[in-house]
Design a protein around this ligand. Sequence first.
Ligand SMILES: Cc1cc2nc3c(=O)[nH]c(=O)nc-3n(C[C@H](O)[C@H](O)[C@H](O)COP(=O)(O)OP(=O)(O)OC[C@H]3O[C@@H](n4cnc5c(N)ncnc54)[C@H](O)[C@@H]3O)c2cc1C
Length: 511
Amino acid sequence: MRRVCLRAVSTVYDYIVVGAGSSGAALAARLSEDADRSVLLLEAGPDYATTEATPHDLRYAHRVSVVDHDWGFTANATPDREVYYPRGRVLGGSSAVNGTLAIRGTPEDFDEWAALGNEGWSWEECLPFFRRLEHDLDASGDFHGTSGPLPIVRWRADEMRPLGKAFIDVCREFGFPYAEDFNDPEATGISPMAQNRTADTRISTAMAYLEPIRNRLNLSIRGGCLVNRVLLEDGRVTGVEVDSGGERQTVRGRNVMLSAGAIMSPPILVRSGIGAREDVEAVGATLVRELPGVGRNLIDHPLCSVVWRSKPGVSVMPDPPVQTMLRYTANGGETNDMQIYMVNHFPGREGNFALLPILQRPKSRGRLHFESAAPDAQPRIELNFFSDEGGDDVRRLREGMQLSLRMGEHPAIAQYAEALRTPSSEVLGDDAALDAYIRANGSHNYHPVGTAKMGPASDPEAVVDAQCQVHGVEGLRVVDASVMPTIVRANTNLTCIMIGERVAELVVGGR
Ligand SMILES: Cc1cc2nc3c(=O)[nH]c(=O)nc-3n(C[C@H](O)[C@H](O)[C@H](O)COP(=O)(O)OP(=O)(O)OC[C@H]3O[C@@H](n4cnc5c(N)ncnc54)[C@H](O)[C@@H]3O)c2cc1C
């Protein structure tokens, strides 16, 4: 890569959106609805323009696809333990590689964002955008949309594999209610999983939002464009610097929207001189705006599974890996602060099934460290799991694993097991040993958020305001998972798409 700016594009775009993932694709599609607005969407990964041209692994809904279209990152789950940390690198971003589980955050999540000083983000104010993004094929009424771009479908009883069926029965016997629809704001208990797919095809935001509008002459979509930094003059955005086709180029824009995700938006800010002074200096940039919250407040959902070896023929491809999920409240926890999935099998490792508890309201916080000026270098990712004072995170996960064991021992599920694999029953029966096991084996759910959090200027860790504008920098917004001040009690894809929809409306409405 030549490092000098060889080419400066003279067009001035109204909006440059960086990253065509869950938030960025939705944002660019909505902004370009008005033909008077010119929008340039820049994506580091390849652009497959149609569903037919999209490789099979990106289309197949029942297996996460983290081989050819992945950034290849690693993270430290705990200070001394590294884990793989996939992120999609393709048009559609992580929505193009993910598990397609389509669950909204709960009303309490968004009301908390509003209570933290983010006007316009309460549940009531976010609901219209959850409705706008979806075409729910099963549910309608006040809480659902039936004409949005993203199809949502739930598993029918006749499609349920034996372990999914058994899990529903066992949850009911354990006293959990049956919920038809997890995207109903009141829902808790056991439910068939909602997914964004049609039959076996994963519907990414590239397919849902961008494919139908490629004819728009005011929208330019460019794959293979790696954004290095935002260009600024007198505290105002003037464009971006991009590596494209082996050349470093500049493109001018009146507004820049960073939608590169919770791991890659913060390093773009830091390379542009926006962040903590020591971070900006560490990558050799000049400080433009000191915002110490950039890269802090990293949150993901910690998890740890109980695994059984299954009887022959039970845990096999092409069965879907996950069809059912339990949502419940931990002892002393907050509403719906836990999930447990029945994992019918692990793709690539058939012959095992698992109950997988996932903590939805972790108290631990991690951070990113910025050590390289290279635009494709990952920041060092420190998840800092189980570091909360009082150990409430590990305690709730331990109780979730012990509940999983009791459920797995119920004859309705146990009939499919040959033996318990991990952890051993001795470890599961000993609180201290199980806590140590979780600290040594607990991992993440691919859900990083919070690294450029939304909040009022009075909050020293806030990076963007309630319009997602970077504090103190005109014309620059962050619009992706980074802006969530707290993590939602749900898989994060739908909320990221909602953020793209919501901010487009704020922009169009002139706020
Ligand atoms: C393997 C996996 C499984 C998951 N499963 C689920 C699930 O089943 N359900 C669910 O709800 N959530 C799931 N998630 C999480 C969910 O997909 C993400 O939270 C969501 O997609 C994040 O959206 P985003 O817009 O913040 O970032 P992304 O969708 O990751 O988009 C960021 C985009 O920016 C691009 N980019 C990054 N840096 C640059 C740069 N410098 N220049 C140009 N482009 C750049 C990236 O290539 C990417 O396309 C999963 C995630 C993964 C990785």
